[in-house]
Design a protein around this ligand. Structure first.
Ligand SMILES: [Zn+2]
Length: 305
């Protein structure tokens, strides 16, 4: 079993932060841990590229959010199933100027008592820098088990051979950095990749499923055990997506398809009542989805803290 909970084990390590920034829960037989990698400041314009500026501005006011820029949360998931420890995405890493508050997951994982060497599998929802960047940090590469398996969709690997940015709306340097990061990730980890087509059971109760949309190989992770469910939805939804599932995000390589995928997953979650965790929902991002006319409502769980 994991020695993880939401408190620091006595006598093991001094807390280096006031807030542990990790949240543990049990899902049937599965141990689940959400770890915050920190936050990314981004211009608000990226969250609604097809909405009238006045509508976005009104929504930001309604949400008590600043008009120009906002801190995008960044969550990573860890799952223990039997003998396997599975990391879902790896955060941004601390190597990018302009994002000094991200790249925290490796030390937060260690302070939760989980060594990187104990990770048997990594699932990559998609190859954007805020999901694979953490694996390019030298110290992380050194500490990973040399036999680690990295699961990624065939469509994702193929896409980054000749990535299409024609339908995205990103701040200027971003497409280039995304391209070089994905290329480096493929170069450095090619021999560890376990490529799946549509769906793959990584461990009992842990299934990765291709959705496409955000990127052609974007995938979600479905956890199921003891009659309970949790979906890690990657970048299929952002905070604004509940009120406006049809608003396009600037980082979506196919915004129309992304909106379709988002609606489908929201409907699925509203129907099953399963838990949702997504990369960019506010930490700890554990909640449920309720249908609300043409929109959806985010229903956070009560922290068991
Ligand atoms: Zn992302």
């Amino acid at each position: 079993m994991f020695a993880i909970d939401n408190t620091l084990a006595q006598g093991t390590q001094k807390p280096s932060e006031l807030v542990p920034s990790r949240y543990a829960l049990q899902l049937g037989e599965l141990d689940v841990l959400v770890v915050s990698d920190g936050v990314l400041p981004l211009p608000t314009s990226t969250m609604a590229t097809n909405a009238a500026p006045a509508d976005l501005s009104a929504w930001l006011d309604h949400m008590f959010m600043p008009q120009e820029a906002f801190d995008w949360p960044l969550n990573v998931l860890v799952v223990r199933s039997g003998e396997q420890t599975i990391l879902v995405d790896a955060g941004l890493g601390g190597q990018y100027a302009g994002f000094p508050r991200a790249g925290q997951f490796p030390q937060r994982l260690e302070s939760a008592g989980i060594s990187l060497a104990s990770v048997t599998d990594v699932i990559i929802t998609h190859m954007h820098m805020d999901h694979v960047g953490g694996l390019l940090v030298e110290d992380v590469k050194q500490r990973l088990n040399p036999n680690v398996r990295i699961h990624v969709a065939a469509a994702e690997v193929e896409f980054w051979g000749t990535p299409d940015f024609s339908r995205t709306t990103m701040p200027t340097p971003v497409p280039n950095v995304l391209r070089t990061t994905a290329t480096r990730f493929l170069e450095e980890y090619r021999d560890k990749l376990r490529i799946f087509k549509d769906k793959y059971e990584v461990a009992p109760g842990v299934v990765v499923r291709l959705t496409g949309g955000h990127t052609p190989g974007h995938s979600v992770v479905d956890l199921a055990s003891g009659g309970e469910r949790l979906m890690f939805a990657g970048d299929a939804m952002f905070p604004v997506g509940f009120d406006h599932p049809d608003w396009h995000n600037g980082f979506e390589h196919d915004p129309v398809e992304s909106a379709k995928v988002r609606l489908g997953l929201f409907r699925e979650l509203a129907e099953t009542g399963g838990l949702l965790v997504a990369s960019h929902l506010p930490f700890p991002s554990v909640g449920r989805v309720a249908a609300d006319g043409d929109a959806f409502r985010w229903v956070p769980v009560i922290w068991d803290f």
